[in-house]
Design a protein. Structure first.
Length: 331
């Protein structure tokens, strides 16, 4: 009761002042209608954070869009298991070196369950399943199927973090997913392949890793999230790489080396660093919708880097997906 009385008294003191006509009353009324400098600063900081977060997430999407072409190049000289394990080992070396150079303390015990989810989904699960899929699927086909990742990430995020995006957000997300599915079916002639099973599995594990990583990035830097997740995979990745390299053929060439290095440094570490930082700034669900542009970017890289041919439906799908991105960013 005293607290409530005190608050009321403070409010009374705050609004009390000259009530009659005169310059003091006019000045007080004018000041009351103007936003304070602190409020304007907070609004500007919030806008700047959202803008920088969107830019970081977009850079992550660009890096990820090169993952499938990079995998296709790596598969020219390595087997699927060798590609997966070697990229993890190389990325872990980079991440471990950065963590050691900056003398970052190990994560708290409460963070390790989430880091293991990131490791299982983003570091190992998604790369392995998509690499296996690309043995029978083209990069363009894989790109449009994985275009469902934004929707699955938003669902995992809503379940894990309790976020409740608006109805307009979900309507735009579902529309974007429908466009991606229709494009995938059109590209594959209406028939799903065995590679699609790998891709659908990759969607689930990667969405779980993205959602958990985005949640962790709110309490620790995003680059440390993926860095420690990579380090956690070393005990599995190193012996896995030794076994895979001895069991699968190795014919390293320019494409294979370039593709493997990009997968390890660009997609597996740098891309995820900026991606998690972006998600921490603007939210998992909102950032995930930027990935609706990822399959279309991958289609461009597939044509430019791999010489694949895409049908006339691509420009139509591109416009529809970009419209959905705009709606989800406002929803």
């Amino acid at each position: 009761m005293r607290a409530q009385d005190s608050a009321t008294a403070d409010d009374t003191i705050a609004v009390s002042g000259p009530t009659g006509p005169g310059p003091d009353a006019a000045t007080a009324a004018t000041a009351a209608t103007k936003p304070t400098a602190a409020t304007a600063t907070i609004a500007a900081d919030s806008h700047g954070t959202a803008r920088s977060g969107t830019l970081l997430a977009a850079l992550g999407v660009v890096a990820f869009s090169l993952t499938f072409p990079g995998t296709a190049w790596a598969l020219e000289g390595l087997g699927p298991w060798s590609v997966t394990t070697c990229r993890v080992v190389l990325a872990a070396l980079v991440a471990g070196g950065v963590l050691a150079a900056r003398r970052v303390a190990p994560p708290q015990r409460r963070h390790w369950p989430g880091l293991l989810v990131v490791a299982a989904g983003v570091v190992i699960g998604f790369p392995l399943l998509t690499t296996l899929a690309l043995q029978t699927s083209t990069t363009s086909h894989a790109a449009v199927v994985v275009g469902l990742l934004p929707l699955t990430t938003a669902v995992f995020s809503a379940v894990r973090t309790g976020a409740r995006p608006s109805r307009r957000f979900w309507a735009a997300a579902l529309t974007g997913a429908a466009v991606v599915i229709g494009f995938a079916v059109q590209q594959s002639g209406g028939a799903l392949t065995s590679g699609d099973l790998y891709l659908f599995g990759a969607l689930l594990v990667c969405a779980a890793g993205y959602a958990e990583g985005g949640r962790l990035a709110r309490t620790m830097p995003g680059w440390q999230v993926i860095g420690w997740a990579l380090v956690a995979c070393v005990p599995v990745a190193v012996p896995g790489a030794a076994i895979a390299l001895s069991a699968e053929p190795v014919q390293l060439g320019g494409h294979a080396v370039t593709g493997l290095l990009w997968l390890a440094v660009g997609s597996q570490f740098v891309g995820l660093v900026v991606w998690y930082r972006g998600m921490a700034a603007i939210g998992v669900a909102r950032a995930s919708q930027l990935q609706l542009a990822q399959p279309l970017l991958t289609l461009v890289w597939s044509v430019l880097l791999l010489g694949e041919h895409i049908g006339p439906a691509a420009p139509i799908a591109a416009v529809a997906v970009l419209v959905c991105i705009g709606v989800t960013q406002r929803g």
